[in-house]
Design a protein around this ligand. Structure first.
Ligand code: UTP
Length: 290
């Protein structure tokens, strides 16, 4: 079955970015000139996704408006004959009915946020994208995962190696290599201390999941940080179905973290020819003071 739907959990509190996130979802913070969420939505459409499901909390209005038509701005850009910008904001608006919003009433955890989309997803495999995880790569990660899913016909998550000291920030795998870029997962644990982690292979925010996960999430069992964790539900899913990991090529930035967010801005800005030279000049200048 084709992967048609993608769930975007955007209901977290974003406490690490207070005060910026007091009245706005952190996914609306811009990397260069695009909100973080837009990178992920573009990745989903490029992978053939037909329906975007936002699980929102606070900050819903700015997010909804971002993917909606803006009559005032379009009118002003037309008057000023700024055709390029006009095209850009028109392209941002997906076909009517493509985006669906649902609400997570309380931030009870990532697993709970995904469960909130159960009726909209229905009984079919689906994708989950955490926009915080911004990935710079030649091969968009979700497209690759959709291709792998077509062949493996099983749940698949994006994985990468992290520093051993950082394992308590991730879902960590016990897995074995089965192909050049595919691991078969034996077990997983959410946020283990470095000395308890089964490896340094971590789950990153791209998933393709079978709908069976909703039954498990529906039990609402709490795990690390007293939250309903997706990793715990996948661990249970493993008892019934195989789950694979896709080791992607590319640089991943954790935009939920202040340093990761600044790094993403720098890396994506350096890719832009109109910004690159001035930025390099500036970096060289300030580097003298390090
Ligand atoms: P994080 O673990 O980064 O949590 O969530 P957070 O609340 O957004 O940020 P901090 O730690 O307080 O700064 C990972 C992803 O899961 C979503 C977030 O929006 C983010 O995309 N999420 C998390 C929810 O939608 N609901 C939740 O209850 C928790």
């Amino acid at each position: 079955m084709k992967i048609r739907k993608a769930v975007f959990p955007v209901a977290g509190l974003g406490t690490r970015f207070i005060p910026a996130t007091k009245a706005m979802a952190k996914e609306m913070l811009p990397v260069v000139d695009k909100p973080i969420i837009q990178y992920a939505v573009e990745e989903a459409f490029a992978a053939g996704i037909e329906q975007i499901i936002f699980v929102t909390g606070r900050g819903k209005k700015a997010l909804e408006d971002h993917f909606d038509k803006s009559f005032e701005i379009e009118h002003a850009l037309k008057e000023k004959e700024k055709e390029d910008l006009l095209k850009q904001i028109q392209e941002l608006v997906p076909r009517t009915g493509t985006i669906v919003y649902t609400r997570q009433h309380e931030p009870l955890g990532l697993g709970h946020a995904i469960w909130c989309a159960r009726d909209i997803v229905g009984d079919e495999p689906f994708a989950v994208l955490l926009a915080d995880d911004l990935i710079q790569t030649d091969k968009p990660v979700l497209s690759e995962m959709v291709n792998k899913f077509d062949r493996l016909r099983a749940s698949i998550v994006a994985v990468m190696e992290v520093e051993k000291s950082q394992t308590d920030k991730y879902g960590i795998l016990n897995a074995q290599m089965v192909e050049e870029d595919i691991v078969k997962i034996n077990d997983m644990v959410e946020k283990p201390k470095p000395d308890e982690a089964p490896s340094n292979l971590a789950i990153i925010g791209r998933y393709i999941l079978t709908p069976k996960i909703f039954d498990i999430l529906g039990k609402k069992e709490k795990g690390a940080n007293n939250e309903i964790q997706l990793t715990d539900a996948m661990k249970s899913l493993l008892k019934e179905q195989p789950i694979y990991g896709y080791k992607f090529n590319g640089q991943r930035f954790d935009c939920g973290d202040k340093v990761g967010f600044q790094m993403a801005n720098l890396a994506f800005a350096l890719e832009r020819p109109e910004m690159r030279d001035r930025l390099i000049k500036f970096i060289k200048e300030i580097q003298k003071d390090f």
